[in-house]
Design a protein. Structure first.
Length: 95
C-alpha cells in the first residue's frame, strides 16, 4: 500500500496545482488598448488591460472557478465580446 501511495503522490501533487488561464488574441486593430472586464452583479468591471501590438494581445491570471468575462476597446460603450474563461489556454479572434 505504501508503494502505491509513493507512486501516485507525484500525480496527485501535479493535479492539485492550478496553472491558470492564458488568453492570446488577435483583433482587427494595429494598436490601442483592450480591456478585460469581469461580469458581477449584472455589471461589468474592468480587471485588466493589454496593449494591442500588431493586432495581437494577451492576458494571463488565475481563477478560482470558470466565469464570464468581456473584452472591449472602450469601457464607456456597450460593445463587448463575451468570453467564458477557465484555467486553460484560450485563443480569441475578433474581427
Amino acid at each position: 500500500m505504501k508503494l502505491l501511495l509513493i507512486l501516485l503522490l507525484p500525480l496527485l501533487i501535479s493535479c492539485s496545482q492550478t496553472k491558470g488561464y492564458k488568453v492570446e488574441g488577435h483583433i482587427n486593430a494595429d494598436s490601442g488598448t483592450i480591456y478585460l472586464r469581469h461580469f458581477r452583479n449584472k455589471m461589468f468591471f474592468t480587471v485588466d488591460s493589454a496593449v494591442i501590438n500588431n493586432g495581437r494581445f494577451s492576458f494571463d491570471g488565475q481563477l478560482s472557478r470558470a466565469d464570464l468575462f468581456g473584452l472591449t476597446l472602450d469601457t464607456t460603450r456597450m460593445q463587448t465580446w463575451y468570453v467564458w474563461f477557465d484555467n486553460s489556454s484560450i485563443n480569441v479572434e475578433i474581427d
